[in-house]
Write a protein that binds this ligand. Structure first.
Ligand SMILES: Nc1nc2c(ncn2[C@@H]2O[C@H](COP(=O)(O)OP(=O)(O)OP(=O)(O)O)[C@@H](O)[C@H]2O)c(=O)[nH]1
Ligand SMILES: [Mg+2]
Length: 649
């Protein structure tokens, strides 16, 4: 990659390189899937739904976004590090960084080419609204929008200063917004609640989203950030300052919001920033290095992380050296160490995740298509054998084959009847499960609970209301799980009949794990109890703040559990009935074809040799299909063999 600033300073931009590679990998994997899907559609071995699911996966792979979230107390240098890591090539400090509290609202920086370059800002007053932040983010058209001219970097940097804007309001107004527990005097508060900077840049074009956050106080106040955005990030960069060491508030922020995140051991990068301050111009470099080493170890200990996950660096020096193309300064800043670790770690983890998704989604598509090809091949070979035997025009054999065909017909008819009954029950199960798992019902219950929390005068009343909400959710989930068991046993007996009694199709009954939904509900209820029922600080909040906090951090997640359960149950149920149906239809077609061929021979319309040739060609065609299937399967399998690839590298 060539840069406008001339040759890149040492070392090459590891992050951009890795992300660009990941993007290529995603595109190539997605293309392999598309090739298989097109091939399978032409050869009629994939039904519409499976094909639609594959197409969805292809789109997801193609358009994936990856977030790096920066979290720390104020003034640790988050914004400066973002400038250094991502935007130094612009030759200026893109985002405002400074003494004291600078970034006042969570800020996402990304490039979405479907929208013009701009900064969109959500006013802080929206915190009063019962609408969740997530809902605002989903419909950003109502936000204030400042157009950006990407060719004028200085002007873009100037416009970015909006994220530092504040305003002065009467104390009770700030309390009302849930920003302070109490205040009577006039206070300064952030002007914006959230900012999204849409900016074309090579790094962002790879699908990267940067999430910059303000310090501790604001973190707790916006659950969407702490509960969703940060835990969902591909990487979390948590920052400390070498000038301050690990302070109490660093520790609290870490303990409350980061340490508890599932899988944080893999996704977190701790940065010990401002190591330039340890060099005073007189100290020998060896002494500086051992001081850095000491601080790295003590920070790791304080946060209970591996010392290899702590990166000592200087964001400021990194930024300046990059802008000035100062190779020596850049090495001293150690910025590239973090960059390389992020590039490798984050990208590797993402590949593993994608591989798992591709494996899960393609497994049934490959199994279904293979089963159909094999059944076609089996039929063709069977018929060939029969005809070869027939060459002696043995009348007894002709009769035996006619009997075989008629018994086959009976089996197919019986299987059809079972299929129809199974479909009726299947539809009833699907309808009932759709009703039980309907996310809108949970949403309504959540809205009711929110209103009740807002109206209740005592905290004991709040506790009861919350219990009721969870009881309701759990009961629905329990009823669904019972129905799922019922559906599974139906599938088992239908599959057995088809395989053993009718010998027309063999479909496995897939497993469907339900425990995870309860685990998730338990986890949410636990957190809800901790945040809303204990004598915790949240109870000192105004009821309206409390109730919308409850909605954002609890209800939306419970809804999400139901959305997932609903979607997965459907996929699971269709994953049984559709392949079965497809196999039955294929069996019937082939059987008809055989009877018809036999009839033509008996009536001497076709001579045996011609029919034999016809069948040989059919068998050869299906064999070719099987080889093509294998090639497709191997190609897709190669994409998901991430471990092997890593060991080769
Ligand atoms: N000496 C030194 N100063 C730094 C370094 N990184 C950042 N700073 C300074 O620290 C101050 C805070 O930096 P910011 O990037 O604004 O910090 P932040 O974490 O984004 O802070 P908030 O936006 O307030 O949450 C600024 O004055 C920076 O110039 C560094 O590596 N060395
Ligand atoms: Mg900042």
């Amino acid at each position: 990659m060539t840069a406008a600033t001339g040759t890149r300073a040492l070392p090459a931009r590891a992050l951009e390189g890795s992300l660009a590679q990941l993007k290529q990998w995603r595109a190539a994997a997605s293309e392999s899937l598309a090739e298989f899907r097109r091939w399978a559609t032409i050869n009629r071995v994939l039904d519409e739904q499976t094909s639609a699911r594959l197409a969805h996966l292809e789109r997801r792979l193609g358009s994936e976004r990856l977030t790096i979230a920066f979290v720390a107390e104020y003034s640790r240098g988050k914004t400066e590090l973002i400038n250094a890591l991502c935007f130094a090539d612009l030759g200026t400090r893109l985002l405002p960084s400074g003494l004291g509290r600078t970034t006042l609202c969570p800020t996402e920086i990304l490039w979405d080419p479907s929208r013009p370059p701009s900064i969109r800002l959500l006013p802080i007053g929206t915190r009063e609204s019962p609408k969740a932040l997530r809902e605002y983010i989903a419909e950003m058209d109502t936000w204030k929008e400042i157009a950006l001219d990407p060719t004028n970097v200085e002007a873009v940097a100037e416009a970015c200063k909006a994220i530092t804007e504040s305003m002065t309001v009467a104390g009770p107004v700030a309390v009302n917004l849930g920003l302070l527990p109490e205040a009577t005097e006039r206070v300064e508060i952030p002007r914006w609640r959230y900012a999204v900077i849409n900016f074309p840049h090579p790094l962002l074009e790879t699908g990267l989203t940067i999430l910059d956050t303000p310090g501790y106080n604001t973190m707790g106040a916006e659950p969407e950030i702490t509960v969703n955005r940060i835990p969902d990030a591909a990487a979390i960069v948590f920052m400390l300052g070498a000038d301050t060491g690990v302070t109490r508030s660093d520790r609290e922020l870490w303990g409350e919001h980061i340490q508890t995140i599932h899988g944080v051991e893999q996704s977190c990068y701790v940065v010990l920033n401002k190591i330039d301050g340890l060099r005073d111009g007189f100290k020998p470099e060896t002494q500086v290095l051992s001081e850095i080493d000491r601080q790295v170890r003590s920070s790791a200990e304080a946060l209970h992380v591996e010392p290899t996950r702590v990166f000592a660096l200087s964001a400021k020096q990194g930024l300046i050296s990059r802008i000035q193309d100062d190779r020596d300064g850049l090495i001293k800043s150690r910025l590239y160490r973090l960059e390389q670790a992020l590039g490798r770690g984050m990208v590797h983890q993402r590949r593993l995740d994608h591989a798992a998704a591709i494996r899960a989604e393609t497994r049934s598509a490959f199994a279904e298509s293979r089963a159909l090809i094999e059944s076609r091949l089996g039929f063709a070979r069977d018929q060939l054998e029969e005809l070869v035997a027939l060459q002696g025009r043995n009348q007894k054999l002709v009769e035996a084959l006619a009997r075989k065909a008629s018994s086959e017909r009976i089996r197919i008819e019986q299987a059809r009847a079972v299929m129809m009954a199974a479909r009726t029950v299947h539809n009833r199960h699907v309808d009932e499960l759709t009703r039980l798992l309907d996310p809108n019902t949970i949403r309504d219950a959540g809205i009711k609970t929110r209103t009740a929390v807002q109206a209740s005068a005592f905290s004991s009343g709040i506790g009861q209301t919350l219990d009721q909400f969870f009881r309701h959710a759990r009961e629905r989930m329990k009823a669904s799980v019972e129905l799922i068991h019922e559906a599974r046993s139906m599938m088992g007996s239908v599959a057995r009949k088809f395989r053993e009694e009718y010998q027309v199709a063999s479909v496995e009954v897939p497993e469907f794990a339900t425990g995870r939904f309860f685990v998730e509900l338990d986890r949410l209820e636990e957190r809800c109890a901790r945040d809303f029922k204990g004598a915790g600080s949240l109870l000192t909040r105004r009821r309206s703040t409390l109730s919308s906090l409850f909605f954002d951090s609890v209800v939306l997640n419970v809804i999400h559990v139901f959305e997932i359960a609903d979607r997965e149950v459907r996929t699971w149920m269709n994953g049984f009935i559709r392949p079965l149906d497809a196999q039955l239809t294929a069996f019937q077609e082939q059987s008809n074809n055989r009877i018809e061929g036999m009839g033509r021979i008996q009536n001497a319309e076709t001579d045996l040799v011609a029919r034999l040739e016809e069948l040989k060609k059919l068998a050869a065609d299906v064999e070719t299909q099987l080889r093509q299937w294998e090639a497709h399967q191997e190609r897709v399998a190669a994409w998901i063999d991430v471990e092997k690839e890593a060991s080769l590298a």
